[in-house]
Design a protein around this ligand. Structure first.
Ligand code: PLP
Length: 350
């Protein structure tokens, strides 16, 4: 039978009722791409086996779909008619898509001017009520937390436990794709810290070994690294522009239990890894998604991680087309020339 989404695939590991109607877009089953050129670049001669879990290939272009199939399936099972979330964009796009599929109304709160174009376009296309607030993601999350106390709407941010249930399937897939073993290092960006918590839950539940977890935050929004809420988080990696992570405590648990590391990487370093992914491995991601790679590179450079004969998986959380604006801004502009064969030949041979 062909792939029918993460709930169907990992049903035995998920706490759904037997008769639940699954809302799915056949998410998951994303490729684990070997990255030998990048491995040699960040750890020369070390025989680092580096893999990229390309979550940008999910139906709405980010890993959020793993959690959303679960959250929306459960919302429908509980008779909900309306779902709501605050979002830097990807949760919103995913909620909008799965809500559309289930026939639910979907409200998404996004920080004005801080949502990447591909995410906004998707939310609008899926027909969500897109509400642009004059405030941060964190303020939006406070608003949705308060409204669900007053109105019969279901919150689908990652404080909803079903989101983590769905997202933990990423660990199952990685282990299955590595032939039944966990990697030595599991590297990923950390924003609201739902994903790091979910992956750790998944590794523990699957019982096939545990990785050490490496989380990366952007220097301008690194509350878990510094131990302090960031009032005005800043980073061009908008998906992790979060100053007060809802899953902070679980993230610390994952780091502690796995003997992991959380580190801050500058926007420059994030962009450097973002370029390397695209130019050395042909994998185009949104900037935040390069943070796990940037964190790994940095910790190897600092001597905090010994890459020798290790296996590392970096989760690439979202697709590059999510944020075409940053991609174009960061690129060398196209070459202009007349529509003329000699001009082309001159260029080619110069
Ligand atoms: C949501 C998101 C993150 C951060 O995940 P958290 O669970 O909030 O820590 C990172 N990258 C992308 C592309 C995302 O959409």
């Amino acid at each position: 039978m062909s792939w029918q989404g993460v709930i169907h695939q990992y049903r035995d590991y998920l706490p759904f009722d037997a008769d639940v109607q699954i809302v799915t877009l056949n998410e998951g089953n994303t490729p684990l791409v070997a990255a030998p050129r990048l491995a040699e670049l960040i750890a020369p001669g070390a025989n680092l086996r580096l893999f990229l879990k390309y979550e940008g290939l999910n139906p709405t272009g980010s890993f959020k779909d793993r959690g959303m199939t679960a959250a929306i399936t459960q919302a429908v099972a509980e008779g909900s008619k309306t779902v709501i979330c605050a979002s830097t964009g990807n949760t919103a796009a995913s909620a909008a898509a799965y809500a559309a599929r289930a026939g639910l109304r979907c409200l998404v709160l996004v920080p004005e001017g801080k949502i990447a174009l591909g995410k906004l376009a998707a939310c609008l296309a899926y027909g969500a009520d897109v509400i642009s607030i004059d405030g941060s993601f964190d303020e939006g999350l406070d608003m949705v937390r308060a409204i669900v106390e007053r109105q019969p709407v279901t919150l689908v941010n990652s404080i909803n436990p079903w989101r983590l249930e769905g997202q933990k399937t990423g660990s199952f897939e990685i282990i299955d794709q590595l032939g039944g073993q966990a990697p030595d290092w599991h590297c990923l960006p950390v924003g609201n810290a739902g994903n790091i918590s979910a992956y750790w839950m998944g590794y523990k539940q699957y019982g096939k070994g545990l990785p050490r977890v490496l989380g990366g935050q952007a220097t301008g929004s690194a509350p878990i690294v510094t131990g302090k809420v960031v009032e005005k988080p800043e980073t061009l990696a908008t998906a992790i522009r979060i100053g007060n992570p809802a899953r902070w405590r679980q993230a610390l648990e994952a780091l502690d239990e796995s003997d992991g590391i959380i580190t801050a990487v500058t926007d420059e370093k994030i962009l450097e890894s973002w370029h390397l992914l695209a130019k050395r491995e042909g994998v185009f991601v949104e900037p935040a998604s390069a943070t796990g790679v940037a964190a790994l590179k940095q910790q190897i450079e600092r001597g905090a991680i010994d890459p020798t004969n290790k296996t590392a998986v970096c989760v690439l959380t979202g697709h590059g087309l999510k944020d075409p604006g940053t991609a174009v801004d960061q690129a060398t502009p196209p070459i202009s020339m007349p529509a003329d064969i000699d001009a082309l030949e001159n260029y080619l041979t110069s």
